[in-house]
Design a protein around this ligand. Structure first.
Ligand code: COA
Length: 164
């Protein structure tokens, strides 16, 4: 095992995502975190912002690289020479969606395997949309996201209010 790709929307990155990234790094010498887009979602943060927030939250840690792409995830994995995609599962509610995505990816790229890693129970019910909702009600998000994201959420909400 050499490298693993951990793709997601990260809108924004949460403490749950960071926990998974650091745990993957204990298993793999190299973790490539990919900020990608799902056509099903309307994003709060632009992809470039999600990338910067993730980079800052991770800091300078050897063996962890953060990238973004608008390619198919499996195409990006192939380009990077990576054969394992890791996805995090929180509760049974994630299962069907993750199974469908793993199946689609296997059909698109049979040599790329999807590996599931359980979210830590502390973060089992955190999601990016929940964090955005808490922030929109003016409540503290610091239990869920790193400090740079707490600040970015506040700033983004201010900007959006001014725009509307
Ligand atoms: N901690 C906290 N939250 C977690 C989590 C954890 N450990 N694990 C999952 N989540 C949450 C996320 O916060 C997110 O919450 P939200 O829906 O409220 O925003 C949710 O679980 C799932 O998000 P994510 O893991 O980011 O997946 P996604 O469905 O948004 O994005 C892509 C999946 C971007 C990787 C996928 O669409 C993709 O690969 N796109 C590129 C194009 C492509 O290849 N398409 C074909 C795929 S079959």
């Amino acid at each position: 095992m050499s490298s693993v790709l951990f793709p997601g929307s990260f809108d924004p990155v949460t403490k749950g995502h960071l926990d998974v990234i650091f745990r993957l790094r204990k298993i793999f010498p190299k973790v490539v975190v990919l900020v990608a887009d799902s056509p099903r979602k309307n994003y709060f943060f632009a992809r470039s912002e999600r990338l910067q927030l993730l980079k800052k939250a991770i800091g300078n840690r050897p063996g962890i690289e953060v990238r973004s792409s608008d390619d198919l995830t499996v195409k990006f994995a192939r380009k990077m020479g990576i054969n394992i995609i890791a996805r995090s599962v929180r509760t049974v509610a994630d299962w069907e969606y993750e199974y469908a995505m793993a199946d689609a990816n296997r059909k698109l790229a049979p040599t790329i395997e999807t590996l599931f890693i359980m979210a830590d129970a502390r973060y089992g019910f955190i999601s990016s949309s929940l964090v955005r909702e808490v922030a929109a009600y003016g409540k503290s998000t610091s239990a869920f996201v790193p400090a740079n994201v707490v600040a970015a959420l506040k700033q983004k909400l201010k900007t959006k209010k001014v725009e509307s």
